[in-house]
Design a protein. Structure first.
Length: 115
């Protein structure tokens, strides 16, 4: 069993930055695919960024150049640095881990971009 806990969400003005953190209950990053998803009200959950166990990354077109996924194996943490935030980035952000054949989700953290 793996528990994922997100933090770092909040209210930020357009153009601002936030860094989300996802803490895992045990060391999995070297064998798991880690990802950040988001879900806005009335919309389906969508992939934002993904990092393979070999640290290859990929991003949704809407966030490319603004968001960066990274990880710290020593801290069992994955991060999502979000810059140049837009109102359309407002959503609940979730951390996901795909470990072999099992998928784990965090509880989510709210990000609101508004003036």
């Amino acid at each position: 069993q793996v528990h994922l806990v997100e933090s770092g969400g909040g209210l930020v003005q357009p153009g601002g930055s936030l860094r989300l953190s996802c803490a895992a209950s045990r060391s999995i990053f070297t064998i798991a695919v880690m990802a950040w998803y988001r879900q806005a009200p009335g919309k389906e959950r969508e992939l934002v960024a993904v990092m393979s166990s070999g640290s290859r990354t990929n991003y949704a077109e809407s966030v490319t150049g603004r968001f960066t996924i990274s990880r710290d194996n020593a801290k069992n943490a994955v991060y999502l640095q979000m810059n140049s935030l837009k109102p359309e980035d407002t959503a609940v952000y979730y951390c996901k881990a795909d470990l072999l054949t099992i998928t784990y989700w965090g509880q989510g953290t709210q990000v609101t971009v508004s003036s």
